[in-house]
Write a protein that binds this ligand. Structure first.
Ligand code: HEM
Length: 260
């Protein structure tokens, strides 16, 4: 049997993965499933690219690192735009199947948490949502212990000859890294004197901005769909999501903006 489009991409298997739970089923549940699944596929691709980026930083591959960052940001911009589709779901349409979701929530997306941990927002309490011993738990535990994307970037800068403090290069990777005035001084110098690394810094700011934009679009979409109702994941809903807004992923890159 020659390889075909469907057999290579496993299209039949893929199209078996959408199983609405509502009676009928309700017309709009398919959209809800498809959009979440496509987000999860893109999260998979982003983790793939960002792990690669860590290895590129470690190998000092400047140009390819920049190229990879641009790809990740292009994916983010697509993810932000996809919120447009969900915004066509009215409160009544969502209500037609919402009860079927029970306690399931995007809050439990382990790939989203892996991305957060990789960016540096390490919070061991997030592991409480997963079963100890499960594959999801193990993946998050591994991310919790591993250097972040920012650690890899600092390592790259050190290899490029910048005097990154040893306390940062050899820090406890389980913890959230604090912003560093010493690193900020180095970044200011880079912006003035090293066009390619400063372009990498700007690409990191692009990703930071895109993640914050996604959070904003998600919370506004949630607000127009469920108002002030509590979330299926048990949080206060919009109130909780608002507390996640405007949190910088790479705070050192924001701190230097007023120094030029
Ligand atoms: C009608 C559509 C949606 C509604 C009403 C909704 C609602 C919510 C609510 C209320 C929360 C807070 C946690 C909770 O108590 O459940 C939440 C969190 C979350 N949602 Fe959605 N959501 C929707 C679509 C999506 C989509 C398409 C994604 C894509 C993966 C997504 C990903 C997430 C993530 C990752 C969180 C955790 C955010 C954090 O803790 O920082 N949601 N969502």
């Amino acid at each position: 049997m020659p390889l075909t489009y469907s057999s290579y991409l496993k299209v039949d298997e893929l199209l078996q993965c959408q199983k609405p739970l509502s009676d009928g089923p309700e017309h709009d549940e398919l959209l809800f499933i498809v959009i979440h699944q496509s987000y999860e596929l893109w999260f998979k691709q982003m983790l793939h690219e960002l792990d690669f980026l860590v290895s590129l930083f470690n190998a000092g591959e400047r140009n390819r690192a920049l190229h990879t960052l641009k790809r990740v940001d292009a994916i983010y911009r697509t993810l932000i735009q996809q919120v447009d589709i969900l915004e066509t779901l009215t409160p009544l349409e969502f209500l037609s199947f919402r009860d079927r979701l029970s306690t399931a929530s995007g809050f439990q997306s382990f790939q989203f948490r892996e991305l957060e941990f990789l960016y540096g927002a390490k919070d061991p309490r997030k592991l409480d949502n997963y079963l100890p011993g499960s594959e999801h738990y193990a993946r998050l535990q591994k991310r919790l212990k591993s250097p972040t994307l920012w650690d890899a970037f600092l390592n790259f800068l050190a290899k490029e000859g910048h005097h990154i403090p040893n306390s940062l290069l050899e820090r406890d990777f389980n913890l959230v890294a604090e912003p560093s005035p010493a690193v900020q001084q180095i970044l200011i110098d880079i912006y003035r004197n090293d066009p390619l690394i400063s372009e990498i810094c700007e690409a990191l700011v692009d990703i930071d901005t895109s993640l914050q934009q996604w959070r904003y679009r998600h919370v506004k979409m949630v607000e127009r769909t469920i108002g002030s109702k509590i979330g299926t994941g048990g949080s206060s809903g919009v109130g909780y999501l608002q507390t996640t807004l405007f949190k910088a992923v790479f705070p050192d890159l924001w701190a230097i903006r007023s120094e030029f």
